[in-house]
Design a protein around this ligand. Structure first.
Ligand SMILES: *Cc1c(COP(=O)(O)O)cnc(C)c1O
Length: 443
């Protein structure tokens, strides 16, 4: 395992991250070692500046190349009420994939007309709630969705705007668990089988539905723009055909999320500007080629909006060396707060927040959690300065898809989350306590 320089790893951390004169990690003008002491570990922290910066980049870069692009944050990456309020200030809309997510958004009066409701198995109860709360757009995933929604909307005398989720059969070359746009997927209406056309026909003749657009989401992360370009070509050609056959007008084209971010030193991802330029170029030429009216472009970044802003902090506990085999360093969290390494082999870097030395003598260790599973590994074989109990480990790029998958395995307590801004740390989710573990349990 090659030695990573502190500066290389530091570049994965939030934009405000720096190392102070005492060789300690600081984020948002807060000393991370002090935060670990004050709030305890494991601790998840977010840098407000980085989140706002990403919102701004997506809005300005895409609008520069394709004016009017709408940025809709895929909230399943990380949903928290303080974050919802922040994103509302930044002018973003939100994606929801369950009534639970919608109820969280509604609890802080987020304007639900800016919400897109996705999901491959929305229940009647969820669809009813979405209609009653006047959720702006519902993305129908299958024919059942269309018929249920038409009936429920009719009962309420509502004409509901919908999009159809299509599977254009494009492979974005990600992990099979995060690939969604191929034919053999539980998501969406396949074009090649004729089911997508069937859905357009059904939606266009549903009296209580207003079919305004088409959507696809290919998977995540996608490191190049070619899959988006191929999918847009397929979907725009499909839209032209549907216009001829059923007088369908493509007002909105939603190309999903999936924009990549680097998790490890030495990995690079395309800039937001790069994605925007290539996608807009292709879309503009497809509009010219098909003669379709210019649709509104909708992008749905999840990971790329929050991943880099989030950092996980742990404290080193026991250290076990098996001579000639491996050195295990156990942290006070694990697969209960970040299941991604166990679930799909996600790879991370780390810094020792209390001694981020460029020239320390390093050794290869495996960082494990404290859960009763041998697969409870946070980082296998990482080169770090010699660790001692009490050291604080900071893992970057933990802002997306870790927190929503938190669990209470081994009756572990879910960590606290703080938001950092200009030297202030604000608690946005308190740490669980033992009382919380008993909340739902009935004797
Ligand atoms: C998950 C998801 C996204 C976001 O994907 P990221 O990789 O986090 O950007 C966008 N759209 C839909 C429909 C999704 O399910």
């Amino acid at each position: 395992m090659k030695t990573q320089k502190v500066s290389e790893v530091l570049s994965l951390f939030p934009l405000t991250a720096r190392i102070n004169a005492e060789k300690q990690l600081c984020i948002g003008d807060c000393n991370v070692v002090n935060l670990a002491r004050e709030f305890g570990t494991p601790l998840y922290l977010f840098d407000e500046f980085t989140i706002r910066h990403q919102c701004h980049e997506f809005k300005t870069e895409f609008s520069k190349y394709y004016p009017g692009t709408q940025v809709i944050y895929a909230s399943k990456a990380f949903l928290n009420r303080s974050l919802v309020l922040l994103l509302h200030e930044e002018g973003l809309g939100l994606d929801a994939v369950s009534a639970g997510e919608i109820s969280i958004m509604n609890s802080v009066n987020f304007p639900l007309d800016k919400v897109y409701f996705h999901g491959n198995n929305k229940t009647s109860a969820e669809l009813s709630m979405a209609l009653d709360l006047r959720v702006g757009h519902i993305v129908a995933d299958n024919l059942q969705d269309i018929s249920t929604l038409d009936k429920l909307a009719g009962e309420r005398k509502i004409k509901q705007d919908i999009l159809l989720r299509l599977t254009p059969n494009v492979d974005p070359h990600t992990h099979q668990y995060t690939t969604t746009g191929i034919l053999d997927s539980k998501f969406g209406l396949p074009i090649v089988t004729g089911q997508a056309e069937e859905a357009v026909k059904q939606a266009m003749t549903s009296p209580n539905l207003n079919l305004v657009g088409l959507h696809f989401h290919l998977g995540s992360p996608i490191f190049e723009t070619e899959p988006y370009e191929i999918a847009m070509e397929i979907v725009l050609h499909f839209a032209r055909e549907m216009k001829q056959l059923y007088n369908f007008h493509l007002e909105k084209l939603s190309i999903g999320g999936g924009f990549a971010v680097p998790y490890t030193a030495g990995t690079t991802a395309m800039s937001i500007s790069g994605y925007a330029a290539n996608i807009a170029d292709k879309l503009n030429s497809l509009i010219a080629e098909t003669g379709l009216a210019r649709p509104e472009l909708i992008i749905e970044p999840g990971r790329s909006l929050v991943a880099r802003a989030g950092v996980a902090l742990y404290q080193v506990g026991t250290i076990k060396e098996i001579p000639g085999v491996r050195k295990y360093v156990a942290l006070d969290g694990g697969m209960n707060d970040n299941i991604r390494p166990a679930l799909y082999g996600a790879r991370y870097e780390a810094l020792v927040a209390n001694k981020a030395l460029e020239d320390a003598k390093e050794e290869t260790v495996t960082l494990v959690g404290k859960m009763c599973e041998s697969g409870d590994i946070i980082i296998k074989d990482i080169s770090l300065p010699q660790l001692v109990p009490g050291d604080i480990i900071a893992v970057p790029v933990c802002g997306a898809y870790s927190i929503p998958m938190w669990n209470n395995y081994n009756a572990s307590l879910k960590p606290a989350i703080i938001m950092l801004k200009e030297g202030n740390a604000r608690l946005i989710q308190r740490r669980e306590n033992y009382h919380d573990l008993l909340n739902l349990d009935i004797i």
